[in-house]
Design a protein around this ligand. Structure first.
Ligand code: PLP
Length: 236
């Protein structure tokens, strides 16, 4: 496991890179939320990160998340949990009362299940398959506006914005056009909703950017970045 010093150092490097990217794009530093992605990492490391003031944590797999959630809660910690992985309908119920954010809403059946299983409203981001890759989750860009309209009408899903995982590229600059596209779709979606009298005052979030491309994402308008490897080290 990574030492506490290394983890703290990684975190402070990531935070200063986030702030520098904010500065370059003329935005105040506190406008980007850092979500630390802890998938595959042990609970001890999760707790180390919380002690280093990482308040927002992201997990991908429901079963792994459940176990971690219980252990972290039993240790007395209450971070803000984000579910960022592909979501199967039958697993939605396990997230009730445990996550504050779902980043991967991408179909009507999951929306229905949130409505049925959640006792309280949860912040939802619609995942867009921005590179239109057949094997990936996320809604097709062309279906986004109608789906957003449906999501905005539900009571347990609080529509907060969009999320994407662009196609894997070696040069992070090659991810930039996808981030720019998501920002454009976001603006168009808000206009579409507003034209239909939907209150979009809470639709403020763009979750995009991971370890190797979060600076480009911030420069293109990200309000949340999901960073795993750059904080917690490689996943084995
Ligand atoms: C794993 C994962 C991340 C973090 O990836 P890193 O490259 O380790 O920063 C972010 N978002 C999603 C959806 C992920 O699955």
């Amino acid at each position: 496991m990574m030492s506490e010093q290394d983890l703290n150092k990684n975190l402070s490097v990531v935070r200063s890179r986030i702030n520098a990217a904010c500065q370059r794009s003329g935005r105040p530093p506190n406008t980007v939320r850092l979500v630390g992605v802890t998938k595959t990492k042990p609970v001890d490391m999760v707790i180390q990160a919380i002690n280093a003031d990482l308040t927002d944590l992201g997990e991908n797999y429901v079963q792994e998340f459940q176990a971690k959630y219980e252990q972290v809660a039993a240790a007395g910690y209450r971070p803000t949990w984000h579910f960022i992985g592909q979501l199967q309908t039958k697993k939605v119920k396990y997230l009730n009362n445990r996550v504050q954010w779902i980043h991967s809403l991408d179909r009507e059946r999951v929306l229905n299940e949130i409505e049925r299983r959640f006792e309280r409203p949860v912040n939802c981001l619609i995942e867009v398959n921005i590179g239109e890759e057949p094997e990936k989750g996320g809604i097709a860009p062309g279906d986004l506006n109608e789906f957003a309209l449906a999501a905005a009408a539900r009571s347990k899903c609080v529509l907060r914005g969009l999320m994407c995982v662009p196609p894997a590229v070696d040069d992070p600059e090659d991810a930039r056009p996808f981030f720019r596209d998501l920002t454009r779709l976001f603006r168009e979606m808000k206009a579409f909703l507003e034209a239909r009298d939907v209150d979009t005052s809470l639709v403020t979030e763009l979750s995009m950017g991971m370890s190797h491309d979060f600076e480009q994402a911030i420069e293109e308008g990200a309000t949340m970045v999901r960073v795993g490897t750059a904080i917690f080290g490689a996943r084995l």
